[in-house]
Design a protein around this ligand. Sequence first.
Ligand code: GLC
Length: 818
Amino acid sequence: MLSNAYGRFIDGGRAYEITDPRTPMPWVNVICNGRYGLVVSQNGGGFSWLDHCQLNVITRWEMDLARDDHGRFLFVSDLETGQVWSVTPQPCGTRHESYSCVHRPGSTRFVTMAHGIESSWTLAVPPGQTGEVWSVRLTNTTGRARRVRVAAYFEWCCGTAPDVKREFHRLFFTTGWDARRCAVTATKNMWEAGFGTPDDHWNRPWPHAAAMAVGGLDPSRVRAVADKASFLGRYGTPARPEAMTTAGAWKQDTFGRFGDACCALGGDVELAPGASIDLAYALVIEDTASAAAETAARLAQPARAAELVAASERDWEGRLSRSTVKTGAADFDLLNNTWLRYQAISGRLWGRTGYYQQSGAFGFRDQLQDSHVWLAMEPERCGEQIMLHARHQFANGSVYHWWNPITETGHRTACSDDYLWLAFVTASYLRETGDFSILARKARFVDEPGETTLLDHIRRAIDLSLARFSARGLPLIGDMDWNDGLSAVGTATEGESVWLAHFLAGILDDFSRVECSHGDAARAAEYDRRRGVLIERLNDLAWDGAWFRRATDRAGRWLGAKESVAGRIFLNAQTWAILGETTTPERQASAWASAKDHLLTDYGPLLLAPAYTEPDPKVGYITRYAPGARENGGVYMHAATWALAAACKRKDREAAARIWESISPPTRCADADKYWAEPYVVPGNVDGPLSDKPGRAGWTWYTGSAAWLNKVSLEWVLGVRPTWEGLLIDPCPPAALGQVEVARRWRGRDVVVRFDARTYEAGRTPRVRLGGRVLVGGVVREGDVPPGGRAEVEVDWVAGTGVAEAKPAAATAKGGRS
Ligand code: GLC
């Protein structure tokens, strides 16, 4: 299914099997249960953490994607011949006789064959455990009896990463050997996390203890080493650890305070011809070494570990199946049903890491946007995310640009859009759930005692934004807006953002509605007034004849204008004019036509064109990227998803189809040697035309585009969109989707929507029928279905105008946006 030179989707798209490990870049899985997580690549590279993938890393890793030989590994050796190999391609560089790596939500399984021994190794992070389990089977496929040694191996980190000053860090470890439980333990007396208190520096212990246990081996034959050089051999290498072949090289006396802390754990086994042995490992974190060893030993039993692997896979299946789509396009279905959600939850919200970026912090706007992914599944979790971010706001309305959980330290900036996302995502939550009681929930501020309501938090954010305007009436860009790389455009009083104007205008519209019905009518009127003036100024000042300009710098020079040499046109300044309905229908049409002319490519919509080729200190670090890389004129996938929404909003089905096809990783990765990145998750960026490799994808997993592409697919392409009126059904589906069925929960009801995408025609009106009755405006309202009930909705398209058409943008009037 959707195969390429290196692998294919299996299990109806719910899993991906890599069959050739020599992928152009590491193809990884990020498995996190909300607390404990691990990343594992098809090479075996990766690392594990608890709660924070930078401040609380369990196993050491170095970011070296070219070598990809840092990780937790499983070695096997033949004690007769002295051959040593790894179950994964790294770190031994093993060329297996057969190889399979299956990544799926909740687990990764390697099945490889070397020297006649077949090894199966499954890693999983069971729900509710602060740890990981490995289920291992070795099979002798030869006709002769074999004596093999098996060992798990990794380096302890137990704290902040990277711990490059290793000779310093290693002085604080204590490792232990719990013979009864066959467990290696580790603690560390020092934790560099940085809580920002005066006596904190190098003066605080790592607050946990770790243990790795093995089960399935005869305990009397289990061996362990806790010092790296003792396992590798003097000046040895993980490509051929000496202790895998040398008799007597397993040193229990390497435990204690004086080694370079590692965990090597395994033993020797005899395998008759055709015989197998099942083993299990568990790596767990607890408060004390003895509790960790106890738990690890309990989980590291072969049958138990296999159960836990299955439990972790089931847990994800249950979570992801709460709303589903069925269409004629396999890539659309597998991305939306499984992978985009898994990426957004496991990678972004919980793990907060990928392989190209190890973060661990919460980005104020980032994880808020990611939490959209919950809305069609478990909307209350989006509500929790909103409240978490509200607690990271300052009393003047500003927020941390990002903050670290655990230490609660963060980066406060004069970024101009961060705080507005609190309003934006709350509006999404309200449209989805109708649960206005969230506005009365209380949260504190970072810098003030006492609590106040979410609505008050949002008002302070909007008020701050409304106070930060240029004299002529456009919002100031501050330290940056959505585009972090526009980092030098503004000062406290200069530099304006046109994208921000579109974005803010939409928020004013939403919150004037909210204030009108659940707050304060005078405030609602004021928001309307400000929206009206803003739209007027925006249209007077920022329109360039065929598109919207993007920003002004400190000298008042326009970015994204006809006369700009680099950065002549920016995508977000056009797409958000459509999404925010901030201009006339004519200008929307023109802005969209310009975006299509200048920015759509076969590998996705560019963020801007042409790319900056010289650093411009008055624009910011965006100009310092290689031309065509990331925000500098590449396809920035986060923004590309908004172009897909804008295409659908404009009922430009051809553009929607083209954009989908140009960004869909399974499709693009058909030519994996050009595309490079994983076909099952979205990349953060794809190189633009000035790169030497246009169309090459990178920065996978850690991108806000996963949740957004899922949202846009469901709400704009399939058109099942929560609005203030109810659940609007207004698709703009590419014909390739064929027969479509969307099944989702909505306000305690099951809603199933069916239509044939091939019968869609722009300009015709969708006729939305529920039990034979045509729904006014195409909207399912709560009153149409009893709580707990089920609505079967059919859609076809009929002549005439109506809801299917892009609504005329009411430049100042309210009520147009849905
Ligand atoms: C990064 C940031 C995100 C920002 C985007 C565009 O992904 O995490 O917050 O909006 O870049 O610059």
